[in-house]
Design a binder for this molecule. Structure first.
Ligand code: FAD
Length: 494
C-alpha cells in the first residue's frame, strides 16, 4: 500500500468530484468503498469482511467521455490515484486501491450501444456495455462478436479490452486484440484520443496496442469498436475424447492447429481438472474437447479433420451431447459468484487459477515441472484438494496452460493469500518464465505478478516502462498495476 501524494485531503477530493459530476455520480458509502478496494484476488478475505488496504475516497460514475476527461484532468493536477473499473470481474488485483484516497472511476453507466453495422461488420459501444447484453442483441440479428470469456455474463467492454481478455472460441476468432477495430480513450490530464476504424493500415506502429491490455495503468477506455461475424450455431459440431496422457492431448491439438484447422474450441484437461468438469465421463483420463464452427463447408471440413486425427490415435469417444451440455453451463454469472461465496464461508475451501503460455515443444515439460514442484515444495501441499491444468487457447506456435488449484484453508482468513495463493502463483509464474514462456496468458498482470514484469519483458521492458513514463508522467493511473510500486511509494507490497 502507498500513502497519497495528493495535497488534497479526502473531503476535498470528494467535494471536487461532487462539483464536477453531481452528487448522484459520487458514492462514498462505507460498504461500497470497502468492496471497491479489492477484486477477486482477495475474494476469501473479502467474504470474511477483511479489508486491509486503503479504501478509496469515492467511487465516481462518469456518464460521458467529457466527464471522464474532467476527472482525469483533476486527478493529474492533484496527484490523485485513479483506478478504472467496469464489470468488476478482475482476478489479479487490478482493481485494488493500494494508494490512499484513490478514486475508483466506474464506467458502467456509459452503457450505450452506439452502432451495429452489418455491412462493415462492426459494432461500436461505450465501455460499460456488458458483453452478454451486446451478444444477445447481435445474435438476434444473426451476428456475433465471437468473444466469449467465461465471465461474459458480467464483464463489460472497457475491462475486456483493458485486460487483453480472451474467449472460449479464440482459436477461430482470436483474442480481444484480434477483434478490436478502433477505440476511444482518455489519457491522464484529460487528453481524448480516438483510434479510427479501418480494416488495416501501415501508418506506423499499431497504436491500438498501447491501449489493449493496459489494465487501467495508462488510460481510461471510453468506447470500443469490435468486429462482427455471422452467428451460425446450427453448423456447430461438438467432440470429446479421453486420452491416456496429458501430452497425448496436447500433441493432438498441435497436429490439428499446425495442419491449418481452426476449431473454435480446442481444449485438453488433465485428469484432476477433468474430474471437476466432467465427473460422469472422465474415467481418470485426460479429456480433449473440440468444437467445429463456422460456415457449413468449413465446419464440416474441420469436423472431418478431427475424425481423421483421432482415428489414428488411441482414445475413447465421449458422447458429443455431454460436451455440448457441459459447454452450455460453463459461464459464470452473479448466481455462481454468490454460491461460491456461501461455499467459501461454510467449507473454508476455495479455488484459484494461474494461466501462462509456452511453445508447443515445452508444454509437457512445463506441466510436469509445475505439478512436481508444487507437490515437492509447497509447504501446505497436504491442504490441496485439487491440482491440475488445462490448455484452452492454441496458436500456430504454442498454447496456454491454465493451472487450477483448490485448497482447504487451515490458516486464519487474513493469512490465506500469503500462505496459499501467493506461493502457488509464484511457482507457476517462475516455471513458465524458466521454460521461456509468458507468465500471464489472459488475466493481466494486475498487482500480484508485478515482481516479474521486468523478467517477463527482458530488454523490451524499456518499451513498456517508457510508455508509462510518457503517458502517465504523474503516475496517477492505477498505481501498482503492471508496474510494481516504486520503493518510495510503497509501505508494504500488495
Ligand atoms: C468467473 C470468471 C471467469 C473469467 N473468465 C475469463 C475468460 O474466460 N477469459 C478472460 O480473458 N478473462 C476471464 N476472467 C477475467 C475477467 O473477467 C476479465 O479479465 C475481464 O476482461 C474483466 O472485465 P471487467 O469489465 O469485469 O473489468 P474490471 O474487473 O472492472 O477491470 C479489470 C481491469 O481493467 C481495468 N479497467 C476496467 N475498465 C476499464 C476502462 N474503461 N478503461 C481502462 N481500464 C479499465 C481495471 O482497472 C482492471 O485493471 C474471468 C473472471 C471471472 C471472475
Amino acid at each position: 500500500m502507498a500513502p497519497s501524494r495528493s495535497p488534497l485531503n479526502r473531503p476535498s477530493i470528494v467535494a471536487a468530484m461532487t462539483e464536477l459530476l453531481g452528487p448522484h455520480a459520487v458514492d462514498t458509502r462505507d460498504e461500497q468503498l470497502k468492496a471497491a478496494s479489492v477484486d477477486r484476488f482477495k475474494k476469501y478475505t473479502a467474504v470474511h469482511g477483511i479489508y486491509d488496504g486503503p479504501v478509496p475516497a469515492a467511487i465516481v460514475y462518469p456518464s460521458s467521455t467529457a466527464e471522464v476527461a474532467a476527472v482525469l484532468r483533476f486527478a493529474a493536477e492533484n496527484l490523485v490515484n485513479v483506478v478504472p473499473r467496469t464489470g468488476r470481474t478482475a482476478t489479479e488485483g487490478g482493481l485494488e486501491t493500494v494508494v490512499e484516497d484513490s478514486l475508483v472511476v466506474d464506467g458502467s453507466r456509459m452503457n450505450k450501444i452506439l452502432s451495429i453495422d452489418p455491412v462493415d461488420m462492426m459494432a461500436t459501444v461505450q465501455c460499460g456495455v456488458g458483453l452478454q447484453e451486446l451478444e444477445d442483441i447481435l445474435r438476434a440479428q444473426g451476428l456475433t462478436t465471437g468473444h466469449s470469456p467465461q465471465s461474459k455474463p458480467l464483464a463489460q467492454l472497457g475491462g475486456l479490452v483493458a485486460t487483453r481478455s480472451i474467449g472460449q472460441f479464440s482459436t477461430l476468432y482470436g483474442g480481444i486484440e484480434d477483434l478490436v477495430v478502433g477505440l476511444e480513450s482518455v489519457f491522464p490530464g484529460g487528453q481524448v484520443t480516438r483510434i479510427k476504424n479501418v480494416p488495416r493500415r501501415a501508418a506506423g506502429p499499431d497504436i491500438r496496442h498501447i491501449v489493449i491490455g493496459s489494465e487501467g495503468a495508462l488510460c481510461f477506455i471510453t468506447e470500443v469498436t469490435v468486429k462482427l461475424f455471422r452467428y451460425q450455431p446450427e453448423n456447430n459440431r461438438y467432440f470429446g475424447f479421453l486420452v491416456d496422457e496429458f501430452s497425448d492431448g496436447i500433441d493432438a491439438l498441435r497436429e490439428l492447429i499446425t495442419a491449418g484447422y481452426r476449431p473454435s474450441v480446442c481444449r485438453v484437461y488433465s485428469p484432476e481438472d477433468a474430474r471437476q468438469h466432467f465427473a460422469q465421463l472422465y474415467e481418470g483420463k485426460n479429456v480433449v474437447v473440440l468444437v467445429a464452427e463456422g460456415p457449413k463447408g468449413i465446419a464440416d471440413a474441420t469436423a472431418a479433420a478431427i475424425e481423421d486425427l483421432f482415428a489414428g490415435r488411441p482414445h475413447q469417444r465421449v458422447d458429443s451431447r455431454l460436451i455440448q451440455q457441459w459447454f452450455e453451463g460453463l459461464n459464470w454469472g452473479q448466481d455462481k459468484i454468490d454460491a461460491e461465496q456461501a461455499a467459501m464461508l461454510e467449507h473454508h475451501h476455495l479455488g484459484y487459477t494461474t494461466e501462462v503460455s509456452v511453445d508447443w515443444s515445452r508444454v509437457a515439460g512445463l506441466f510436469d515441472a509445475v505439478m512436481s514442484r508444487i507437490r515437492r515444495e509447497f509447504p501446505r501441499a497436504g491442504d490441496l484438494t485439487m491440482l491440475g491444468a488445462h490448455s484452452s487457447h492454441s496458436y500456430q506456435t504454442g498454447t496456454n496452460l491454465y493451472f487450477v488449484y483448490d485448497y482447504t484453508i487451515n490458516s486464519s482468513p487474513r493469512d490465506e493469500i500469503e500462505v496459499y495463493h501467493k506461493p502457488l502463483n509464484a511457482i507457476i509464474v517462475e516455471e513458465a518464465l524458466r521454460a521461456g514462456g509468458s507468465m500471464v496468458h489472459h488475466h493481466g498482470i494486475g498487482k500480484y505478478r508485478t515482481p516479474w514484469t521486468q523478467q517477463e519483458h527482458g530488454s523490451a521492458y524499456y518499451l513498456l516502462s517508457t510508455l508509462k513514463r510518457a503517458f502517465d508522467p504523474q503516475g496517477v493511473m492505477n498505481a501498482g498495476t503492471i508496474f510494481p510500486l516504486e520503493p518510495r511509494e510503497s509501505t508494504s507490497s500488495p
